[in-house]
Write a protein that binds this ligand. Structure first.
Ligand code: NDP
Length: 295
């Protein structure tokens, strides 16, 4: 298939790399050098504009920070919309918001382009290994067309429901992720301060009922080791929690716990900055407690 991929960020790059091995790939990135380097390394074409990227593609995939960024990419004489062909399939792998996704879909439907929101979970390692979970919102026919494309980087590809359902699922998932990160920061530093060996604490937790993806995967690899790699920006996680809280407010549902998590995450983002990693709140809590969870 002829596929265009736009947005070679931390997760977009390994996703596009998996597509390059299987399809005829054209890439575009706002910072053009990154697209040129990627194209040289992976045998892809680098396009000079979103329009050029879309012009010969049967499938267009975007992976940008927000849905608004994707919407903005459609505009103008060199924009995506100008390049899209009737009958093309547009998959947005951004962790986006349902309202903007539905607006994009309506705009593209007028051009005969099918759209689905298709955010992913599983991190940069999961993207490189092709084991991402993909959460698709859209009609059944669009989902069927999307599956063979998404299989390049996705292992579990779920159809959540109509347009925007993938965005809703992803926002809720990442809010639970944020709750886990914040609560592990508070509880592990408390255990260390109380004199428990950090490694034994984490191993015991991971053989007990309080464990989670964060405690089983991220804490041993990144916190106990002190490696602290930057793979997913805290600012993006904060954006995801904001989308979830917006949805809860729209639904008129009380959510005191999730709102508090949102508040704490927002504060951590303000303290640590836009480039901090999403495990930064654990490090922040270590500083407040005066202990390190290492071992
Ligand atoms: P990064 O911040 O690493 O990269 C963002 C990418 O989008 C870059 O290619 C950047 O271009 C481009 N970009 C930013 N703003 C614009 C704009 N206004 N117009 C055009 N291009 C733009 O983000 P990630 O790759 O980490 O995340 C992308 C999406 O995937 C987000 O929605 C995120 O929440 C989600 N996600 C990320 C995961 C991760 O582990 N990193 C995991 C799951 C989902 P440039 O190179 O010029 O800066």
């Amino acid at each position: 298939m002829r596929i265009a991929f736009l947005g070679l960020g931390a997760i977009g790059r390994p996703m596009a790399a998996r597509l390059a091995g299987l399809h005829q790939l054209t890439v575009w990135n706002r910072t053009a050098d990154r697209a040129r380097t990627f194209a040289a390394e992976h045998g892809a074409q680098a396009a000079g504009s979103p329009r050029e990227a879309a012009s010969s593609a049967e499938v267009v995939i975007t992976c940008l920070p927000t849905s608004q960024d994707v919407e903005g990419l459609l505009d103008g004489p060199d924009g995506l919309e100008a390049g899209l062909s009737r009958g093309a399939l547009f998959l947005d792998c951004t962790s986006g918001d349902a309202t903007t996704s539905r607006r994009i879909a309506a705009r593209l439907a007028g051009k005969g382009v099918a759209f689905a929101d298709a955010p992913v979970s599983g991190g940069t390692n999961g993207a490189a290994a092709g084991t991402l979970t993909v959460m698709v919102g859209g009609d059944a026919e669009t989902f069927e067309r999307a599956v063979p494309v998404l299989q390049a980087f996705g292992k579990r590809i779920s159809h959540l429901g109509p347009l925007g359902s993938g965005d809703a699922m992803k926002a809720v998932n990442n809010t639970l992720l944020a709750v886990n990160i914040l609560s592990l920061g508070e509880s592990l530093t408390a255990l260390v301060k109380a004199g428990v060996n950090p490694r034994v604490a984490v191993e015991t937790l991971n053989a007990s009922s309080g464990r989670s993806f964060v405690s089983e995967g991220l804490v041993p690899d990144r916190v106990l080791t002190g490696a602290w790699p930057t793979t997913f920006r805290l600012a993006l996680l904060d954006k995801d929690v904001g989308i979830c809280l917006g949805m809860l407010a729209e639904l008129g549902l009380p959510a005191p716990l999730l709102n508090k998590a949102g508040e704490l995450l927002h504060e951590a983002r303000a303290t640590l900055g836009e480039e901090a990693d999403y495990l930064g709140p654990i490090r922040l809590q270590e500083k407040r407690a005066g202990v390190e969870v290492r071992g």
